[in-house]
Design a protein around this ligand. Sequence first.
Ligand code: CU
Length: 506
Amino acid sequence: MKSINRRNFLILGTSTTILALGTHQVIKKLQSNNNDFSNKSYALNSQNIISSQNGLLETTLEASYQEVPLGNRTAKLLTYNGQVPGPRLEAKPGDKVRLHFVNNLSQSTNIHYHGLHLPPTGNADNVFLEVKPKEKLTYEFEISPKQTGGINWYHPHLHGLVAEQLSGGLAGLFIIRDQLDEIPEIKAAKEEFLVLQDFSLDDNGDLLPSNRMPLMMGREGNVITVNGKINPSFSVPENGLLRLRIVNASTSRFYNLSLENHPFYLIANDGTTLEKPIELSEILLTPGERVEVLIKGDKNPGNYQLVSLPYNRGSMGMMGGGMMGGGMMGRGRMGRGMMGNRRNNIDNNSPIPLATINYENAVTPLNLPTELMPISPLPQPQNTRQFSLNHGMSPGIGMAFLINGEPYQHDTVQTQVKLNTVEEWEIINTGVMDHPFHVHTNKFQVMSRNGIPNPYPTWKDTILVRRGERIRIRIPFEDFTGKTVYHCHILDHEDLGMMGSLLINA
Ligand SMILES: [Cu+2]
């Protein structure tokens, strides 16, 4: 890659924004009504769980291109062990993991263990490794005894191909079990996992190629699946509790979750437990994020729809006309609904059904837990930094997504920190689209949003920074040295440059 510096980039700030207006009609027209999947549930595969035995999780994981049943057709997707999503891995703090990875794709790939506190080097959570086609690599690491129980996940992380490979289906859960699972009310709750993915498929079940425009917005698929199924059903015991453990494994799509007539009781996010349940009517789940919620089976027995409510994550509307030339992105065609895919038959302006929650046999009434796990506040930071998120144009390079005015460059270290220190980072979004900011290796605590303290203590590894927002996070660098990364989890943005490398020095 050419050497680039920030002076070369014309930053496209909010002052140049022209949001597309009056596009709804256009979008509606383009969304054909031939979606025959709604209200049906089709199995892609049976759930496959691989758990650690006697302190060791050892398995083979093969990435390959496979045909899998999807709705009334067969879809040709990228799979782990022939499945979408891949097998669910389960381990405990302190367990050893030996994962024999085989790449039977036609392009290079690798694996990132999102949410796990692992060395970013060697054959552990090293995103700089490249496993070429037909090659094998054994990933080997120990789950830190400090790792807390929760939902983590694995997916490819080879810069430049991440979005393409995730949008083809490559993702799987990596669950850590610990004390949270032993809290009596949670232990008694019914547990279900929901892996949210979306795919851009044509009528033959082939993945549609993405052109550049949806990539800049962040591609969204025309088929949404939960555990590889379309609108599957889950049941809540009448009077009991249902524990939904949800990951957004989509490339770019945000899910604004809401369950008809039922509040959510949030108990954990990003693989880390909260101090007490928090009642919420909606939860915005951005790519990479996870939540755990309890649902109370205390309403009239029946069927209730889990939906994604409309949410506007911004648009590239300011790029119409001269910036891109050719008028291919004229104002009338800039709406969010069609940006992801021209064959989009999902109406992003209406609630999108994700799953149906049914009532099942009554149980002895079960209360919500009142106390979960304590969260200790972090000490004062030894250092503070700012990261600004935006995108810009440069002659000969085109559009790039930038952090502090620079796109990711493989041979440059953008940020250096010292092991066993705590830093406070301010992440500022000066652009026109929302960006979920993800840090590898170490989790962080959310301090404030636009100067307002976070309403409850929480650990996160991915945090939404909406356009115009300033988020403060506090992050301890513990246990591992080496080079790792931070990036936008709209994976098209990451591939287009919105990533930085972070060197943790001894
Ligand atoms: Cu982004």
